[in-house]
Design a protein around this ligand. Sequence first.
Ligand code: ACO
Length: 428
Amino acid sequence: MSETARLTVDGKTFELPIVVGSEGERAIDISRLRRQTGLVTLDPGFVNTANCRSAITFVDGERGVLRYRGIPVEQLAEHSTFVETTYLLINGRLPTQEQLNQFSVLLNDHSMVHEDMRAFFEHYPRSAHPMGILSSMVNALRAFYPKIPERSQEEEINITVTRLLSKVRTMAAMSYKIFRGHRVVLPRHDLTYAANFLNMMFDSPVRPYIIDEEAVTALNIFWILHADHEQNCSTSAVRLVGSARVNLYAAISAGICALWGPLHGGANQAVVEMLNQIHEAGGDLEPFLARARDRNDPFRLMGFGHRVYKTYDPRGRIMKEVCHRILGKITRKDPLLEIAQRLEEVALKDPYFIDHNLYPNIDFYSGILLRALGIPLNMFTVMFAIGRLPGWISQWKESFEDPDWKISRPRQIYVGPQKQDYVPMKDR
Ligand code: ACO
């Protein structure tokens, strides 16, 4: 007999099933609660609410564990590539060599962007944030690549997935080149996914880009670490928008918008801006720590804290190592790395941060790595978006194929005025 929880309301007791996940997580199934009791639950920010069953990513925030399809992210960062990890997330298993080769060829075949899309880029104001541009470009892809009725649904999904993975990377590099007023560099068939991106970003007729394998490895790790993180804000946005059965481009575009926020993907940019401020203010950490501790001050130490991790973010640990390796090999010393290390050291011993379980998250070191790779500050969140694409796509696919699928439509507790009559303008 499966376990249940009991809820007593108005003298009546209701049995609620307990659902157990493959890692022993337990959840009270309240899907029939309103029908049985007339009650709904209130959970701002979905802090206690599971929106779905998912077989993609496992996170244990107390122990600092992150696994994609059961494989620890540390192993993937060490042995895999972003393309292989993408295949794993979307298809549920590691590819054979042949499958990986075929997948890479498909990504290559779809890497060009419709020439007319260039006009879009060129007419955006120079000050536009690349995340805003990217989300509208991704939405516009549906218009440039419409659904073909002769294609089966499976074929349509597969081609859309490949287009997104390949073209978003091209569009990101293209937007950077156009923003700088430089000639767009096209993708090359002989380069791997990450090497192609770096080449499209940095190659120029006057200074050909020489592929740096160390930078390629670092970028692969950066993207692997960002590839999925179960039901975070942007993934939930993709699932929620996708639940209305909108096309995949539109759902991903919604995810990009959610990721843009400084409390989510925008944090990597915010961290570097904060470290810069500390640097420019002479490097004294205390005024910043004091503001972070002050409940009346909205300032937060960017790159610290996480909704799920109440210990060190496992991705942060790997990112820190990669940062040191890359900074040691491909660039000069970065004063911001030194400030970040000091800040981490001090904050981890500070009673406020200890009491609030605030540890560095993935964004704390990722911005420094991106700086070292030469990525401009306003492109940081775009880099995160490219990395998170496989996660969004696999979560969208899972929800699309879910036999328990329902359009997302939360309830509310209405606290506005009770019924009142309309007052004509002359009487107000
Ligand atoms: N600096 C100072 N105090 C903090 C911080 C921080 N970075 N983060 C949380 N707190 C404090 C809050 O003030 C609050 O204190 P109180 O209980 O005394 O009022 C307490 O910790 C809990 O904070 P919440 O906002 O309720 O925690 P929540 O889980 O909702 O937020 C979040 C998580 C948004 C990540 C938060 O820690 C934050 O704003 N961090 C800075 C931004 C950041 O780095 N975001 C990247 C997240 S990782 C990612 O998206 C990939």
